[in-house]
Design a protein around this ligand. Structure first.
Ligand code: NAD
Ligand code: MG
Length: 409
C-alpha cells in the first residue's frame, strides 16, 4: 500500500487522538498531512512534535501565533494556519488522500463537505454532518466521486457485516434502497449500550449531574457524545446517520439494547442469518478498519477475551425513560430540516447541562419545545439554508432555556 496522506480534523479530541495512536503503529502506511484543533493548543503542539505534519490549523490568529512560536523553539517547521478557510484548505488539498472528520457537532459540517466536494476518502466520525445535511452530503459524495467510510462503531460494524458489493456501492453513495431486497438484507440492527442510566431509578433522573452522566460504562469518549449516550440521543442521531449512510428507510432499522457493548451492530438477512461484528469496545478498531481498508492493520486493541466477558444480553429500548430517542425518530418522520433543528437544540441543551444551567431531564424538554416552535422548510437547496436554520434553532433553544431558568427562580 502506497503511503497515504491524511488530514485529521479534530486531532486533539477522543477520536483524533485514537487516530494518531493507530497511525503511530503504522507509520510506514500513513503520513500525517494536517492536524486541526479548536482550543487545545498545548496538545496540538505535542502532536506536531510527534507527527511533524505539513500543516496545523487552529481557530484564531492569536492561538496560531502562539503555536507557531512554540514550534519554532523546537525547530519543527509545521506551518500554522487558522480559521474556517484553512480547515477547508487542509480538508481538500490535492495531496491529501484521506480525511478523518472528527470535529464534534455541526461545526464539523463545512470542512467535511469540503472534503466531499474535493472527492476525498472520508473517514466519517462526525455523525452530525449526516444528521444536519445528510441528503446534501451524500449527493455531493455521489457527484464528486468521494467515498465515505463509517467510523462510528455501530455503522462500522454494519459496514463490516454487509456483502462486499454493498460495501463498495455504499461507500460511494451509489447504493439504492431497492438493492437491499436483492441482496437478501432484511434489516440493520443498531446496538446501544443504554449508557450509564439504563437501570437507574427514573425518579432520580432530574438529579443526574454532568459528572454522573460523563461516566460511560464501556466507552471513553468526548464530553458531548458522552452526554448524548446518557440521554440516548446518540442512538437517535445514529439512526438518522444510518438512514443516510446506508440509504435505508427508518422502518428497516432496529435498535437493540446490548449493555456489554461487545457486539457493535448487526445485519439481518432473509435466510435467518444475523451477521455481527464484535470486539473489545475501543474506537481504535473501527478507525484502523477505515484507515487500512482493504487491508487489516494493527489497531493496538486488546483482544476480546470470551472467558472474562459478561454474558451478552439484549433488550428493547425504553422510550419513556429516554425521550430523546423518540424525538430523533420524530425528526426523521417529519423529514425536511427537522433533524437539523433537533441537532441544534440538542447541542445547545447539552452545553447548558454541562455548564450546570439545566437539569438532565430538561435536555429532552428543550429539544421538544424547539422542534415544536421552529417552522420547517419545505425545500432544502443549499448548505447555507441549513446553516441558517441551525442558527435559528440554536437561538430558539437558548431562549427556551433562559425562560426555563427564569421560571424556576
Ligand atoms: P471531542 O470533544 O473529544 O473532540 C472534538 C474535536 O473537535 C477536538 O479536536 C476539538 O478541538 C475539535 N473542535 C471542537 N469544536 C470545534 C470547532 N468549533 N471548530 C473546529 N474544531 C472544533 O469529540 P469526540 O468524542 O472525539 O467526537 C468527535 C466526533 O466523533 C463527534 O461527532 C462524535 O459524535 C463522533 N464519534 C465519537 C466517538 C467517540 O468514541 N468519541 C464515537 C463515535 C462517533
Ligand atoms: Mg456510536
Amino acid at each position: 500500500m502506497k503511503q497515504q496522506n491524511i488530514s485529521i480534523l479534530g486531532a486533539t479530541g477522543s477520536i483524533g487522538t485514537s487516530t494518531l495512536d493507530v497511525i503511530s503503529l503504522n507509520r510506514d502506511k500513513f503520513r500525517v498531512f494536517a492536524i486541526t484543533a479548536n482550543s487545545q493548543i498545548d496538545k496540538l503542539f505535542l502532536q506536531c512534535i510527534e507527527f511533524n505534519p505539513y500543516y496545523a490549523v487552529v481557530a484564531n490568529e492569536s492561538d496560531a501565533n502562539r503555536l507557531h512560536d512554540m514550534l519554532r523553539t523546537k525547530e519543527v517547521d509545521t506551518e500554522v494556519l487558522y480559521g474556517a478557510e484553512s480547515l477547508a484548505y487542509v480538508a481538500s488539498h490535492q495531496n491529501v488522500d484521506m480525511v478523518m472528520a472528527a470535529i464534534v457537532g455541526a461545526a464539523g459540517l463545512l470542512p467535511t463537505l469540503d472534503a466531499a466536494r474535493a472527492g476525498k476518502k472520508i473517514l466519517l466520525a462526525n455523525k452530525e454532518t449526516l444528521v444536519v445535511a445528510g441528503d446534501l452530503f451524500m449527493r455531493t459524495v455521489r457527484q464528486s466521486g468521494a467515498s465515505v467510510l463509517p467510523v462510528d462503531s455501530e455503522h462500522n460494524a454494519i459496514f463490516q457485516s454487509l456483502p462486499e458489493k454493498v460495501r463498495l456501492a455504499m461507500a460511494n453513495g451509489k447504493w439504492k434502497t431497492e438493492d437491499y431486497q436483492s441482496s437478501g438484507i432484511s434489516s440493520i440492527i443498531l446496538t446501544a449500550s443504554g449508557g450509564p442510566f439504563l437501570d437507574t431509578d427514573i425518579d432520580i433522573f432530574a438529579n443526574i449531574t454532568p459528572q454522573m452522566a460523563l461516566k460511560h460504562p464501556n466507552w471513553s469518549m468526548g464530553r458531548k457524545i458522552s452526554i448524548d449516550s446518557a440521554t440516548m440521543m446518540n442512538k437517535g442521531l445514529e439512526v438518522i446517520e444510518a438512514c443516510h449512510l446506508f440509504n435505508i428507510p427508518a422502518d428497516l432499522i432496529e435498535v437493540v439494547i446490548h449493555p456489554q457493548s461487545i457486539i457493535h451492530s448487526m445485519v439481518r438477512y432473509i435466510d435467518g442469518s444475523v451477521l455481527a461484528q464484535m470486539g473489545t469496545p475501543n474506537m481504535c478498531t473501527p478507525i484502523a478498519y477505515c484507515l487500512g481498508l482493504p487491508e487489516r492493520i494493527d489497531a493496538g486493541v486488546e483482544a476480546l477475551d470470551f472467558f472474562t466477558t459478561d454474558a451478552l444480553c439484549f433488550r428493547a429500548p425504553d422510550i419513556e425513560r429516554f425521550p430523546c430517542l423518540q424525538l430523533a425518530f420524530e425528526a426523521l418522520r417529519l423529514g425536511k430540516d427537522a433533524p437539523c433543528i433537533l441537532n441544534a437544540a440538542n447541542e445547545i441543551a447539552v452545553a447548558n447541562f454541562l455548564d450546570d444551567k439545566i437539569r438532565f431531564t430538561d435536555i429532552a424538554r428543550v429539544i421538544e419545545k424547539t422542534m415544536s416552535l421552529c417552522p420547517l422548510n419545505d425545500d432544502i437547496f443549499s448548505i447555507e439554508q441549513l446553516l441558517q436554520k441551525d442558527t435559528i434553532a440554536r437561538d430558539m433553544a437558548q431562549q427556551i432555556i433562559t425562560d426555563m431558568i427564569k421560571n424556576d427562580e
